[in-house]
Design a protein around this ligand. Structure first.
Ligand code: ADP
Length: 497
């Protein structure tokens, strides 16, 4: 594919094939193989990338182990670690255009979303965890015999951390995982998704510029079944962190159990309820319901893909929502006028179109979208789609579609709502729209979800925890909670009597 010369990222893209980043060096894959990453707005090849496999993961883990044991990172004064991580945040911001263009081309997402959200959030995440590097305190425990035994705790890095990330927010998912792991003194092997491997490689350039020591941060692009599976099963990896589908999350947990019982954290799928009571500010609820589900082409684990609307405002809300949906401008993500880009891949597009036909067959009422848009034939586009009168038992109300499809479900009372909203195997997030303060808290407490948004939706901040109940995952990322994922607690007991 011809790379537009006026793009800031042009010079990065010109150096092809892209290499793996292991032990502070850019290297080819052991097999010499490469794979292609595709621009989903055109279906054309964007870049060739060295294909990491078992041997490459082994090399990267060995480099990360060497760096860990040498103490070059974990024994560095915490303020030095903090300074470097802060610098990573600065450099992400400095190269915002490059990151924005890269993920926009590789994933398809609108470039304005990258510039307004993914890039600043990624920089902020590095800065937030830079702050934690100097605050990894333990505690003293009052023992049963205080004059005899002194107990205090230390937080130590877990060691070598494997991190497998998805394609929906390529840079941001890397930042969420890498920043806390490094702040806590671990070394990292990152495997980006085969769909979007490029921004992780640009991040590696930045790590070099920030003078993060060799071997502390390694990137091995490759496929899930090969490179990813090896990382999850590797006997010398101390912890694996994964974001992706629940199906693959189960494989990761199994691989960890079958190998060295490495620590596991999982951020998996969702089928989140966004709930509108009739006393809510309907204008705000409706525009937020749109963004809450269709942002990033709906490719979000936290998508509010089940919109519950109380009977008396159901028709009105649906009409308003349909109007917004129908006005959405589709196009290549790299075009600043685009409001919705293509889906990440042909496979994803076919999966989403498949679910749309399932919804129709199940008897849901299609009120908007549901097809490929005209004039954008070569890309993987699907028009934003709304199904009305969905029954909670339908597949489109139970299964994660991971695309621009919304299921609107009417409800009568609060009791009726709670049962319906919790009737899923997932429990990632939920939204509640109401002006009744008591109801807001009551419903927030009754919902089984890792985050409940009241009169807002998908508000993300590096300081607030992120993760799910039920089959949406294990553990909490972000905030102080992520420190538990990336440290081991050691209890030291001293006889002082
Ligand atoms: P999606 O289906 O949305 O692409 P996945 O859960 O399959 O999401 O992928 C998320 C990440 O998991 C990607 O980096 C992918 O390469 C990786 N992956 C996929 N299958 C496996 C596997 N069997 N073992 C380890 N990693 C995997």
């Amino acid at each position: 594919m011809a790379i537009a010369e006026d793009l800031e990222v042009a010079s990065f893209l010109k150096q092809q094939p892209k290499k793996l980043f292991i032990g502070g060096r850019w290297v080819e894959s052991a097999s010499g193989k490469t794979f292609e990453t595709i621009d989903p707005s055109s279906g054309q090849v964007l870049a060739k990338v060295a294909e990491g496999d078992v041997e490459d993961i082994d090399r990267a883990v060995a480099a990360a182990r060497k760096a860990h044991e040498s103490g070059v990172w974990r024994e560095l004064p915490p303020a030095e670690r903090a300074k470097m991580l802060w610098k990573v945040g600065d450099l992400i911001e400095e190269r915002a255009q490059e990151f924005a263009q890269l993920d926009s081309l590789d994933n398809g997402k609108p470039i304005n979303e990258m510039l307004l959200f993914d890039v600043p959030m990624s920089a902020a995440t590095f800065r937030y965890y830079a702050g934690w590097a100097t605050k990894l305190d333990g505690a003293t425990q009052q023992t049963s015999f205080p004059g005899k035994y002194l107990s205090y705790t230390l937080r130590e890095p877990v060691g070598v951390v494997g991190q497998i990330i998805p394609w929906n927010f390529p840079l941001m998912m890397a930042a969420w995982k890498v920043a806390p792991a490094l702040a806590c003194g671990n070394t990292v092997v990152l495997k980006p998704s085969e769909e979007t491997p490029l921004s992780a490689l640009l991040l590696a350039e930045i790590m070099q510029e920030a003078e993060i020591p060799d071997g502390v941060f390694n990137v091995v692009p490759g496929f899930g079944e090969t490179a990813g599976a090896r990382l999850a099963a590797h006997p010398d990896v101390d912890k694996i962190a994964f974001t992706g589908s629940t199906e693959v999350g189960k494989l990761i947990a199994k691989a960890a159990a079958d190998s060295n019982l490495k620590r596991v954290s999982l951020e998996l799928g969702g089928k989140s309820p966004n709930i509108v009571f009739s006393d809510a500010n309907l204008r705000r609820a409706t525009s937020s319901a749109f963004l809450g589900n269709f942002y990033n082409q709906g490719q979000m684990c936290s998508a509010g893909s089940r919109l519950f609307v109380q009977n008396d405002v159901y028709d009105k809300t649906l009409d308003e929502l349909t109007k917004i949906v129908e006005q959405t401008r589709l196009g290549p993500g790299i075009d600043p006028m685009t409001q919705m880009g293509p889906l990440v891949s042909r496979k994803q597009m076919e999966r989403v179109l498949g679910y749309i036909s399932v919804g129709t067959k199940e008897g849901a009422r299609l009120v908007a979208g549901g097809k490929k848009p005209e004039g954008l034939d070569s890309g993987f586009f699907v028009t934003p789609t709304v199904f009305a009168d969905v029954d909670g038992k339908m597949r489109i109300a139970q299964e994660e579609i991971f695309g621009p499809v919304l299921a609107a479900i009417p409800f009568s009372s609060e009791e009726d709502l709670i049962a319906k909203a919790n009737d899923t195997m997932y429990g990632l997030v939920a939204g509640v729209w109401t002006n009744d303060v008591k109801r807001a808290h009551r419903v927030a407490h009754a919902l089984k979800a890792g985050a409940v948004y009241v009169n807002c939706y998908n508000v993300l901040d590096p300081a607030t925890p992120w993760g799910g109940f039920k089959q949406s995952g294990w553990g909490r990322e972000l905030g102080a909670y992520a420190l538990d994922l990336y440290t081991e607690v050691k209890n030291v007991i001293v006889d002082i009597g």
